[in-house]
Design a protein around this ligand. Structure first.
Ligand code: NDP
Length: 265
């Protein structure tokens, strides 16, 4: 069997990563490589990951709820993963050494339709992806990063650690980035749990929503209806996945093909 890759999560069955990564592997001629779902409960995370290099794995993506545990178990980590406090990409040496990186941060910056330097941003959320977004925007020179969270004390703690300004209302900004999981449960009205309504999207020059579901989220729909440049969760998945692919294989990622694979559903 050829080299193996996968995505570690719990649950992980809905992940689109195998579709985009296997399409990319085939496109660059790595026909022997395979990328698979790796459903692993938290209690088994550490021992399972340590066994992966011996089972032929070269790397793995990491998703909810393992990103912090992935950083903690790695033998070394990039400065960005350490600053963010979470890893979404693990690569394995042949001797079993585990390296941690975070491609959510550069992935977000890569998706933006304009240079983030000198701009203002409002980040919704204070979990792992919000930490990556705030860190990435400040690194990219964003002038002002405001952070709102359902539990305000978490926004305050995040800003005290990484920078940014905790806020209690959704103020206008160049960029709006939804890093909450609001919108994931399509049976619940998304805007009820956010500090803004559908009409408020016009206060932003670009709307980014990390959440992806089968359909556009209400936030993405509202932004598109108002002709506001929009980055949906699938674009973010492609961007961070392309960077992970390059770290796993050393090959440039065929981004257009990955986009086609994920949009096919
Ligand atoms: P975390 O569990 O670390 O954080 C969740 C955040 O969402 C917290 O700020 C939490 O607020 C908030 N939240 C949860 N439920 C609600 C709600 N009903 N109303 C308002 N706020 C809520 O998750 P992550 O940061 O890792 O991920 C967040 C989302 O981003 C997920 O849907 C994930 O799938 C998506 N994501 C997508 C990526 C992509 O490639 N497209 C990459 C990374 C993440 P509180 O602190 O108050 O609990």
């Amino acid at each position: 069997m050829g080299p193996r890759l996968g995505v570690l999560g719990w649950p992980v069955r809905h992940s689109r990563s195998p579709a985009i990564q296997n399409a990319a592997l085939a496109a660059v001629g790595l026909a022997e490589w395979r990328y698979q779902l790796l459903p692993v409960p938290p209690i088994l995370f550490s021992e399972t990951v340590r066994a992966l290099p011996g089972a032929g794995f070269r790397g793995a993506n990491v998703t909810i709820p393992h990103k912090e545990a992935a950083l903690a178990l790695a033998d070394d980590a990039t400065a960005s993963a350490r600053a963010i406090g979470a890893a979404n990409t693990l690569t394995f040496d042949r001797d079993g050494a585990i390296h941690a990186d975070n491609t959510d941060a550069p992935g977000l910056i890569a998706t933006l339709p304009f240079d983030a330097a000198g701009r203002s941003a409002l980040v919704l959320g204070a979990g792992g992806s919000a930490r990556a977004a705030v860190w990435a925007l400040l690194e990219a020179g964003t002038r002002e990063v405001r952070v709102w969270n359902r539990s305000p004390e978490r926004a305050r703690a995040l800003c005290a650690e990484l920078g940014g300004i905790p806020v209690l209302d959704a103020e206008p900004a160049d960029l709006l980035v939804n890093c909450t999981s609001s919108g994931l449960d399509t049976s619940r009205p998304m805007f009820n749990s956010l500090p803004l309504g559908a009409d408020d999207v016009t206060k932003y020059k670009c709307v980014v929503d990390l959440v992806y579901t089968k359909w556009d989220t209400p936030l993405v729909s509202a932004a598109r209806a108002n002709a506001i440049p929009t980055v949906d969760g699938l674009e973010m998945l492609i961007a961070q996945g392309a960077l992970s692919f390059e770290r796993f294989t050393g090959e440039p990622a065929p981004t257009e093909l990955m986009r086609a694979a994920v949009r096919r559903g």
